[in-house]
Design a protein. Structure first.
Length: 86
């Protein structure tokens, strides 16, 4: 038998139903197929942050290099940010 751990609290005791398992300690629920199946995929979109930093490059010339550097930390291939550093 495979040991299953709760991803929230680390508990190993579960109550089983026909389709899911519930952690005895924190009540987290998991589908029986896989404990990872209950966790939604995470997506991080930083395009809004990049655009805001590029706008700051245009409006704040004194700190232009700092903002361009931050953009390049997020997206090292950003051509607009590279142009502000030259």
């Amino acid at each position: 038998m495979r040991l299953i751990r709760c991803t929230r609290c680390g508990g190993t005791q579960f109550h089983e139903t026909a389709t899911e398992m519930e952690c005895h300690w924190c009540r987290a629920r998991y589908l029986k197929e896989s404990p990872e199946a209950a966790r939604p995929a995470s997506v991080v979109d930083l395009s809004g942050d990049v655009e805001a930093l590029l706008r700051k490059c245009e409006t704040d010339p004194a700190n232009r290099a700092r903002y361009a550097s931050l953009v390049l930390d997020i997206d090292p291939t950003n051509v607009r940010a590279l142009s502000y550093l030259r």
